[in-house]
Design a protein around this ligand. Structure first.
Ligand SMILES: *Cc1c(COP(=O)(O)O)cnc(C)c1O
Length: 962
């Protein structure tokens, strides 16, 4: 027997074999179906030679793969350079206790975090119910008519509100007033958004609200950043009487005690739900929120969950009013939002479910009481407060601000930096009596008064906001917020919801363009380390050294993989990356005196976010054609580039194309655009077909966004969070986003802030860091090649049964393939939707439906699916094709068959009457393996039309339970 060496036994590339589903033998079998000898030969045949990478990925110290434990150790060492202090900085971010039952059963539970966006409602009822609960929490607490299913953060929510009121308002003014006590990071995001739209943002002192000059809208903060709680009722009426609309950014916890903005005239209420159980995470991800009056629901931005009925007339949840959204309305959409913050919205909603209205109020009252005690003690110490009304935030006058910050930090506490003569602090649900005593000690240093006596003060403090603002209306009266307060009940509610859904923990999710690959546990573990989760976004730089190191390394890694010179991690979804990238292009043209360039060419096959983003930066979208084989029609593109030569700003193309093809002409396309002075935006959502093989920054792209929640293993969370970093060429690097209000400035030419936090969704960046570190250069390339191999294997196996719509050289596809159901539909009446729903009876999540081509299914297996799982899927698709054949032959009825009846619930199948023209057995067990393991869809097919006609977007009323 030959002796194995120790280095062989160490298996440094072990993670690669865990991440990549098919082993060497399986890959060989797949290759032989395709007629290629090796993965390399397949890639050579497929990817145009002129764009191929030369040499290995330049990953430096991360070139060699790191075993899981070693990578965790290395990241822990980096994380340990962060210092976790008690941050009382506030300014929109607060300490919170994530209830253990929620932490373990949602945040750390793949049944929740690996789920996809609920486009297929029948297999998403659990998360849809949780998001609906979120909408109810927001609607109730803000006192508005309707709330959407999460915004990306508070800053972008305020910006969306600004454009919403401009759309629905009657004012012709272009002026938007932002109160001086609005969170500075919010104002910055609003200003960035306003500029390209020609909106003028002006500040004002809150006391001057009633007398503001002509404007279309006003943004208020409630309570203000310095803590003041103002009664705005009369002033709001005054500005509204003159035609302006009012947006209020409000604190959810405070709203359990304060009269909600909806009761004093707000048109839109926005904010952040972070303090409902979501860790600080250095600024994100958190779920922002937006609620408005019912009459504006069709103009509202973002996702919305509504109630409808299923095929049996039973209640079912689904995404409502999608006709507002980018994937349908394109440049006329109400926003470009696609991935939102679902997982975080689910956590926040469950925090409200667990605590209930009384529990939330108790938390708020406690925070408020502590704040009152602290305030009285500070006064006793001789301090003067700048705010005499407050909920949880105090601004303290002092001539020794610098010194106080230093003393506080020495005692493990961060205070908010206001100016040389003031310090601020915000309390939260984690505050204890010891914290108050410690704060008194800190403030007593150098002060004159005697140490305050806690109990004596506590006995006498009263509420510290105007009596008229004492909330009298009830909230969260629905049963769901009053049933699950014991941990057992909560645990079972969470389990019951998760059981309704299909996520990656049960089946492959073959979604084209969405790259539902493995979200490895080792990648997820660091996210909840306190060194990452308990860091305030505005903590002093000295305490965030570890974060900055990890972020800088990830930026470098992504530069190496994309061929770009610089990367910004600030955008918190792909859509936001597009928006940021287009702003960068705009800034570049302006810097060269070519600010008039405003034409954005977009092929007809583009993702809806592309035109929607172009619209947000004031560019004019010119659609270019695709040819019969799905490629960008270069002749048409060339003609339009020539026609608009003087005003050409850029092109937005996806590569490989949304049709799943490596277009041969991509370099020529880039040259055409450049020759007319335009910039090339390459949508990097399909980067899973490129990493290690070709780099957009090297073959002609000037800007790309990546979707870290697609290619780089951040889970989809049921529709978010995401990270949408942008990479740019050297000539564009200086225009990357800043956050001046927090002192984060890469270059003064930067476009401003596009997110509320400097590093966007910072706390989930360790996931992508871990993935890259554990895979190494070779592993990443192998993943890409295997993803391409897998897509081609499925395409080739299914081609005899369903036409594969587009392919390139040698009939090959890239990392996904499109099955054309339209000929079958014409012949049999069976649609792509029927196939999608029937797959649920087989226990599968449907592929992407009708994108980028109506009537099709787009399949992307990714490298992580084993051959066995792909074969199970292929068998299901073939079995379904046999069923369609029976419709064709007349053996099955054209309208009453297992495809049209799908999905079948247990209730349908066990009813005493069964009046269909096919058997129960055919409906339930179309393949034998389902007898051993079967997923039961909780509802029948959801009725989309009914749901939009009878729009209802809240929890069921009490009467439903009687
Ligand atoms: C997913 C996707 C986007 C949008 O990204 P989000 O993170 O969902 O905002 C843009 N373009 C393409 C091609 C995509 O597949």
């Amino acid at each position: 027997m030959t002796r194995t060496s120790l280095s062989q036994l160490e298996a440094r590339d072990a993670f690669q074999a865990r991440h990549i589903g098919p082993d060497a033998a399986d890959q060989q079998a797949m290759l032989s179906v395709l007629g290629y000898a090796s993965r390399a030969a397949l890639i050579d045949a497929l990817v145009p030679a002129n764009i191929r990478n030369k040499g290995a990925l330049p990953l430096g110290q991360y070139s060699a793969p790191m075993p899981e434990q070693e990578a965790l150790g290395k990241l822990k060492a980096i994380a340990s350079k962060n210092k976790v202090l008690k941050s009382l900085i506030g300014q929109g971010y607060y300490n919170t206790h994530t209830p253990g039952v929620i932490l373990r059963n949602i945040f750390e539970n793949p049944a929740w975090y690996t789920a996809y966006t609920p486009y297929q409602p029948e297999i998403s009822q659990g998360r849809l119910e949780a998001i609906l609960n979120f909408q109810q929490v927001i609607t109730d607490l803000t006192g508005m008519g309707i709330a959407n299913a999460s915004m990306l953060d508070e800053g972008t929510a305020a910006a969306e509100a600004m454009t919403l009121i401009q759309r629905v308002g009657k004012s012709k003014s272009q002026v938007f007033f932002v109160a001086d006590d609005v969170l500075p990071q919010t104002r910055e995001v609003v200003e960035t958004r306003a500029k390209p739209l020609g909106i003028e943002v002006r500040g004002f002192a809150p006391a001057e609200l009633a007398g503001l000059p002509d404007c279309f809208g006003v943004l208020l903060q409630y309570p203000g950043v310095n803590g003041t709680v103002r009664d705005y009722k009369q002033d709001v009426a005054a500005v509204k009487a003159r035609g302006a609309m009012v947006v209020v950014a409000a604190d959810l916890l405070a709203l359990t005690m304060l009269t909600p903005p909806g009761e004093w005239g707000a048109d839109v209420v926005v904010g952040n739900s972070q303090r409902f159980g979501v860790p600080l995470g250095f600024g994100g991800p958190h779920a922002g929120y937006l609620s408005t009056r019912d009459e504006f629901k069709r103009s509202m931005s973002g996702r919305l969950v509504g109630v409808t009925i299923d095929s049996q007339g039973n209640k079912a949840y689904r995404l409502a009013l999608q006709t507002r959204e980018q994937h349908i309305r394109r440049e006329k959409a109400t926003s470009n939002i696609c991935t939102a913050q679902v997982l975080l919205a689910v956590i926040a909603s469950m925090y409200a479910v667990y605590h209930g209205p009384a529990g939330l109020r108790q938390i708020a009252q406690r925070v408020h009481r502590y704040t009152g005690v602290l305030a009285a003690g500070l006064k006793a110490l001789g301090y003067t407060l700048a705010n005499d009304s407050y909920f949880d935030t105090l601004t303290v006058q002092t001539a020794r601000a610098e010194q106080l910050h230093a003393v506080a930090v020495a005692n493990g506490v961060n205070l908010r930096k206001v100016d040389a003569n003031h310090v601020g602090l915000s309390l939260d649900e984690t505050t204890t009596r010891d914290d108050i005593e410690l704060l008194w000690t800190i403030f007593a240093d150098g002060a004159n008064g005697a140490k305050p006596a806690f109990d004596a003060i506590e006995a006498s403090v009263a509420d510290a906001f105007p009596a008229a603002l004492n909330r009298s209306s009830s909230y969260l009266d629905h049963p769901v917020f009053n049933r699950y307060h014991s941990e057992h009940e909560m645990l079972r509610y969470l389990r019951a919801l998760a059981d309704k859904d299909l996520a990656l923990d049960r089946t492959m999710i073959p979604l084209g363009s969405c790259t539902m690959k493995l979200n490895a546990t080792s990648e997820m573990v660091p996210v909840t380390w306190p060194e990452f989760s308990n860091i305030h976004p505005f903590a002093p730089d000295a305490q965030t050294v570890g974060y900055r190191e990890m972020i800088a390394q990830l930026e470098e890694m992504l530069c190496a993989l994309t061929g770009y010179a610089a990367v910004s991690l600030q955008p918190n979804a792909g859509s936001q990356g597009e928006y940021a990238g287009l702003l960068v292009i705009k800034a570049y043209h302006e810097s060269r005196g070519e600010g008039h360039r405003n034409i954005c060419l977009i092929p007809s096959s583009a993702h809806g976010t592309n035109p929607a983003s172009a619209n947000m930066v004031g560019m004019q979208v010119v659609v270019t054609a695709c040819d019969a084989s799905g490629n960008v029609d270069l002749a048409d593109l060339k003609a339009k580039a020539e026609l608009h030569s003087k005003n050409l700003a850029c092109v937005m193309v996806t590569y490989p194309s949304t049709h799943g093809v490596f277009e041969e002409g991509i370099q020529e396309l880039c040259q055409i655009i450049h020759s007319h002075g335009g910039q090339v935006y390459i949508d990097g959502a399909n980067m899973n077909a490129l990493v290690g093989v070709a780099a957009p920054g090297s073959f002609g792209g000037d800007v790309s966004h990546l979707n870290l929640h697609k290619t780089f293993c951040i889970p989809h969370g049921g529709g978010g969070p995401g990270v949408g970093p942008i990479g740019v060429g050297a000539h564009l690097a200086k225009f990357l986003p800043n956050q001046r209000s927090s002192g984060y400035q890469r270059d003064e030419a930067g476009i401003g802030a596009v997110s509320a936090a400097a590093f966007g969704s910072a706390s989930i960046l360790p996931i992508s860091w871990m993935y890259i570190a554990m895979m190494g250069a070779e592993g990443l390339t192998a993943a890409t090649e295997t993803a391409i191999l897998a897509a081609n294997y499925i395409a080739r196996r299914l081609a005899p049964h369903y036409p594969v719509l587009y392919s390139g050289h040698d009939g090959l596809v890239a990392h996904e393939c499109i099955l054309d159901l339209r000929p079958l539909q014409d012949a049999t009446g069976i649609s792509n939707e029927d196939v999608a729903k029937r797959l649920m009876d087989f226990g599968f999540h449907a592929p992407t439906m009708s994108f980028p081509v109506p009537g099709t299914l787009m399949i992307e297996p990714t490298e992580s699916e084993s051959k066995a799982e792909m074969d199970r899927f292929i068998d299901a698709m073939i079995a379904i094709r046999m069923e369609i054949a029976k419709v064709e032959s007349g053996e099955f009825d054209r309208t009453d068959n297992p495809l049209k009846g799908a999905p079948h619930t247990a209730e349908m199948l066990t009813a005493d009457t069964w009046e269909h023209k096919y058997s129960r057995e055919v409906a339930a067990y179309p393949v034998p393996s389902l007898r051993k393991q079967k997923y039961w869809p909780p509802v029948g097919r959801a009725d989309n039309v009914y749901g939009d006609r009878n729009l209802f977007c809240g929890c069921a009323p009490m009467s439903d339970y009687e």
